[in-house]
Design a protein around this ligand. Structure first.
Ligand SMILES: Cc1cc2nc3c(=O)[nH]c(=O)nc-3n(C[C@H](O)[C@H](O)[C@H](O)COP(=O)(O)O)c2cc1C
Length: 208
């Protein structure tokens, strides 16, 4: 799939808004164990990854990166998941360890989102960097949704393990934020009740 160059909106703004709303509303988490093939092909994945670059990025420092975990490398991730569980819980049963390992093999496309949080005196603080990463990830999720794919973000304690840091060669000022999974939903899921703006919007009073 060719990456589209800079374009005008392909339709009247009102129509585009309807598309955008449909896309935003349609995105929902389909957890990795409910994802199957096909995932995005090479060209589709390229466009999904390009979408990340359109995220707001204060000072254009690109404080995030994504590490794709191809099928051949999933065993290495499985080892880290298994070891992280054993370290957290030495009493973990072989079945629990196998469950932890299985997470590495689930999604057709699996990548790790990494944020360079920087140091406290950096001009762009960690919060802004994480926010930019969230925007980049949402761009990718929406592009994947537009292509008909399902997606999920997952995190968990293993992300903070020493083994994970080593596997992904994280620098001291980098943080593994979440995994991004892309694929095809095994079955559809009813959409959740989303919060009303009244829950998260207020107006600043003109009174001092
Ligand atoms: C950074 C991040 C990490 C997440 N990790 C998990 C996870 O480990 N397990 C999970 O079930 N959902 C995880 N989620 C997904 C949320 O549970 C989900 O987005 C939320 O329930 C809203 O549902 P929706 O995405 O279908 O709208 C994560 C979401 C974010 C933003």
């Amino acid at each position: 799939m060719d990456p589209p160059g800079p374009t005008a909106l392909p339709a009247e703004p009102g129509t585009c808004a309807q598309w955008a709303w449909a896309l935003i509303d349609h995105r929902q988490t389909i957890l990795p164990r409910k994802l199957t093939e096909p995932g995005p092909d090479e060209g589709q994945l390229d466009l999904i990854l390009r979408s990340a670059a359109a995220a707001p990025d204060h000072r254009e420092i690109v404080p995030w990166r994504f590490v794709i975990i191809p099928a051949m490398a999933r065993e290495r991730l499985a080892e880290v998941f298994g070891n992280a569980l054993r370290e957290r819980d030495p009493a973990a049963t072989p079945h629990q360890v196998e469950e932890a390992r299985a997470k590495a093999f689930r999604s057709p496309v699996l990548m790790l989102a990494v944020v360079r949080t920087g140091s406290p005196d950096d001009e762009v603080p960690a919060g802004e960097r994480l926010l930019s990463a969230g925007c980049a990830i949402q761009n990718m999720l929406l592009m994947a949704t537009a292509m008909g794919f399902a997606s999920a973000l997952t995190s968990g304690k293993a992300l903070r393990s020493k083994g994970m840091r080593e596997l992904f060669s994280l620098a001291p000022d980098e943080q593994a934020v979440c995994f991004v999974s892309l694929g095809t939903a095994i079955r559809s899921k009813s959409s959740r009740q989303r919060p009303e703006p009244g829950l998260y919007v207020s107006y600043l009073s003109s009174d001092p």
